[in-house]
Design a protein around this ligand. Structure first.
Ligand code: NAD
Ligand code: TYD
Length: 354
């Protein structure tokens, strides 16, 4: 039988990619709950609005009566929970929103789902999949082995600390109440529809706008990059195959230094864009490091590979080229995001950063 799924944060970057992945691959009701804040964009899912099976609800995951009513009215049996404050730099500027949405919001959803699951007699096919990050594990030195599912949590930013808190709640609801939660911890995603506060889209836009390319610290920090389509496929596999209570690490087996990514983006843009105001490599500017900047993330993905048969399909070189092409071909999409709010955020973060 097809699932009746609630996708929180489904108008954001990964959420909207997942909504499309889901609608292309599965039957059944699809409800998106998204506050449509700065990173939530109705345009990301507007192509689905005409489908009877699809509904977008503008609302806050912290609004307990709204969430309870929605689960009941839509007879939801599956939650995939993406909604979050997701950017480390914003969490440094203002951590309160991160505690509220990521911790209180996740708690609110878990409680509402527990009530619904109980009221239906604890059906064995209900699932609550909590989407989390590799950042909960802290930072690796150059020679450390990658994070496994049993690496102790050591979050270093308000963002990762709030995600760790929400992971612990999801875990506790399985252990205490037997509620069928699943947790996925994924590495850095890239691809279409990513808000231009994150490294890759920010650099793409700045190259096109002739603005400086702010590289934090020495640019040698390492992230394990995964194409967003691969992340969506992994979540689908975990949702369908994992056992309640399971935790899986997801990553790209693809560790790259920030400066190498910026160089690649400069070269791709020089090759693909005909109207660049300035030579991209000349725009690279080393700026004051992010406070508490994690040096390296890397994921050991052998469990999901062996147990569930998922592996990343995208090659980074191809994926990065496709992503650059997407930002070049979808200028109206990102031009609409260059709001006063975005300019204020940008000036606040980068304005006084020597
Ligand atoms: P995003 O910021 O692009 O999207 C988050 C979405 O959540 C937005 O649409 C936003 O409007 C919505 N939202 C925020 N607060 C809300 C609230 N109170 N109520 C309802 N909706 C709310 O983030 P993303 O990059 O798509 O990340 C999605 C999830 O994946 C997050 O939980 C994040 O921690 C996790 N994750 C992200 C990455 C990454 O590289 N981007 C990697 C691993 C895990
Ligand atoms: P980001 O995309 O913010 O993801 P995260 O901090 O969650 O890993 O940043 C990726 C890396 O790029 C991180 O090491 C910080 C660095 N970075 C810069 O050097 N300059 C920037 O302007 C941004 C946004 C990030």
């Amino acid at each position: 039988m097809s699932k009746r799924i609630l996708i929180t944060g489904g108008a954001g970057f990964i959420g909207s990619n997942f909504v499309h992945h889901w609608c292309e691959n599965h039957e059944g009701r699809v409800v998106v709950l998204d506050i449509l804040g700065y990173a939530g964009n109705e345009a990301n899912v507007s192509d689905l609005a005409s489908q009877d099976r699809f509904r977008l609800v503008k609302g806050d995951i912290c609004d307990a009566p709204l969430v309870a009513k929605l689960l009941e009215a839509e007879k939801i049996d599956t939650v995939v929970h993406f909604a979050a404050e997701s950017h480390v730099d914003r969490s440094i500027l203002g951590p309160a929103a991160f505690v509220q949405t990521n911790v209180v919001g996740t708690f609110t959803l878990l409680e509402a789902f527990r009530n619904r699951w109980n009221s239906e007699g604890q059906p064995s096919d209900y699932r609550f999949l909590h989407v989390s990050t590799d950042e909960v594990y802290g930072s690796l030195e150059a020679d450390d082995p990658p994070f496994t599912e049993t690496t102790p949590y050591a979050p270093n930013s308000p963002y990762s600390a709030s995600k760790a808190g929400s992971d612990h709640l999801a875990r506790a609801y399985f252990h205490t109440y037997g509620m069928p939660t699943l947790i996925t911890n994924c590495s850095n995603n890239y691809g279409p529809y990513q808000f231009p506060e994150k490294l890759i889209p920010l650099m793409c836009l700045n190259i096109l706008l002739g603005k400086s390319l702010p590289v934090y610290g020495d640019g040698q920090n390492v992230r394990d990059w995964l194409h967003v389509s691969d992340h969506c496929a992994a979540i689908d596999v975990v949702l369908h195959q994992a056992n309640p209570g399971d935790v899986y690490n997801i990553g790209g087996n693809n560790q790259v230094k920030n400066l190498d990514i910026v160089h690649s983006l400069c070269d791709l843009m020089s090759e693909l864009a005909s109207d660049l105001p300035k030579s991209p490599r000349d725009l690279i500017t080393f700026v004051t490091d992010r406070p508490g900047h994690d040096r390296r993330y890397a994921m050991d993905i052998s469990n999901i590979q062996k147990e569930l048969g998922w592996s990343p399909a995208y090659n980074f070189e191809k994926g990065l080229r496709q992503t650059v092409e997407w930002y070049l071909n979808n200028r109206e999409w990102w031009q609409a995001l260059l709001s006063e709010e975005y300019k204020g955020y940008y000036d606040n973060l980068y304005g006084n950063r020597p």
